[in-house]
Write a protein that binds this ligand. Structure first.
Ligand SMILES: C[S@@+](CC[C@H](N)C(=O)[O-])C[C@H]1O[C@@H](n2cnc3c(N)ncnc32)[C@H](O)[C@@H]1O
Length: 277
C-alpha cells in the first residue's frame, strides 16, 4: 500500500475506527503512519487496500483483525525508570507516607504498561524500600498492570528482555540485583515479578472490575487522546483512587483543564497529583 492510494474518505473512516476502538487520534496527514504500520499485516492477511481492511473491520471478520490493527497502531515506546524523578518521588516520598498512614499493603495500577518496564520498575522501587525499612507494612503490595495491546501483555508477562532493552534506564547494580541471566536473555527475578499481575484493559472502557487503588501510573498514553477522552479517563481514575491516593502522569502530560479532582503536589524530585477528598 502507498500513501497516495489512500483516499480522503478511507482515511476519515479509518481515523474514526481507530478513535472509537482505542482513543488514538490520528491527526491530518498521517497516511504514512497507516502505511508503515499496517502494510505487513495487510500482506499477511491478504488484504489489498485500506478500503478492504475497513470493510473487514466493520464486518468483524476475521475476528482477530481488530486486535491486530490496534496492536500495530499503538506506540509501545517505554524504558526502565523512565524519566527517573517520578520514581524517586515514589520511593522517597509516597511509599514512606502511605506506609505510615495506611493500615495494609498498597494497590498500584500501571494503566498502560506496554512491555512491562513500568510495573517492574515500580516493583523494584518497592523491593528497595522494603530492604531499607525492614519493619514496613507495604511489602505485600500488589501491582496491577494493564494495556490494550495483547502482544505487549504477552511480552510483559514473560518478563524476559534482551541486552538492548535492558540497556535503557537500568544501572549495572539494579541489573545484577533484579535480573537472572539465561544465555543472552535477562529475566526479571521472582521477588520483583511476584507482585505484578497483568490483564487487558482498554482505557475507554469501565475500570469497575479493577477495584480501588492507592497509586495510579498513567504515563505517556493520554497524549494520544482527545481532550474529551482525557477528561473522562482522568475523572474515572479519580474515582478509582482511594482517598488521598496519587496519580502519576508522563513528563509532558497534565490534568490542567481536564479535571479538578486532584491537587498538584510538588516533591523535591517531581510533581504528582493527589486525589482531593
Ligand atoms: C508509549 S506506551 C507508554 C508505556 C509506559 N506507560 C511508559 O510511560 O513508558 C503507551 C501504551 O499505551 C497503550 N494504549 C494505547 N491506547 C490504549 C487504550 N485505549 N487503553 C489501554 N492502553 C492503551 C499502548 O498499547 C502502549 O503500550
Amino acid at each position: 500500500m502507498q500513501t497516495q492510494e489512500i483516499t480522503d474518505s478511507d482515511y476519515q473512516r479509518f481515523k474514526r475506527f481507530l478513535e472509537d476502538a482505542c482513543g488514538i487520534l490520528l491527526g491530518d496527514g498521517k497516511q504514512y503512519l497507516i502505511v508503515s504500520r499496517l502494510t505487513r499485516l495487510m500482506r499477511d492477511e491478504n488484504i489489498g487496500s485500506l478500503s478492504e481492511l475497513i470493510k473487514s473491520l466493520e464486518r468483524a471478520s476475521p475476528h482477530h483483525l481488530r486486535d491486530a490493527v490496534i496492536d500495530a497502531m499503538t506506540t509501545n515506546e517505554t524504558s526502565w525508570f523512565r524519566d527517573i524523578q517520578p520514581f524517586e518521588t515514589l520511593g522517597q516520598v509516597i511509599f514512606p507516607e502511605l506506609d505510615a498512614s495506611r493500615s495494609s499493603s498498597l494497590r498500584v495500577w500501571s494503566a498502560a504498561c506496554s512491555s512491562g518496564q513500568e510495573p517492574y520498575t515500580i516493583s523494584m522501587m518497592l523491593s528497595e524500600y522494603c530492604r531499607k525499612f525492614p519493619g514496613n507494612r507495604i511489602a505485600n503490595s500488589q501491582i496491577i498492570a494493564t494495556d490494550i495491546s495483547s502482544s505487549m501483555l504477552v511480552q510483559a508477562k514473560k518478563a524476559e528482555y534482551e541486552d538492548v532493552a535492558l540497556g535503557r534506564g537500568l544501572s549495572d547494580q539494579r541489573r545484577q540485583q533484579f535480573f537472572v541471566k539465561q544465555d543472552s536473555i535477562w529475566r526479571v527475578n521472582d521477588d520483583v515479578r511476584k507482585r505484578v499481575s497483568f490483564r487487558p484493559q482498554n482505557l475507554l472502557q469501565s475500570f469497575g472490575t479493577l477495584g480501588k487503588f492507592d497509586i495510579i501510573f498513567c504515563r505517556n498514553v493520554l497524549i494520544y487522546f482527545s481532550a474529551d477522552l482525557k477528561k473522562d479517563i482522568l475523572q474515572r481514575m479519580a474515582q478509582s483512587l482511594n482517598k488521598g491516593g496519587y496519580l502519576f502522569l508522563g513528563a509532558s502530560e497534565t490534568i490542567s483543564g481536564y479535571t479538578d479532582a486532584f491537587e498538584l503536589v510538588r516533591t523535591p524530585f517531581s510533581t504528582v497529583y493527589r486525589r482531593k477528598d
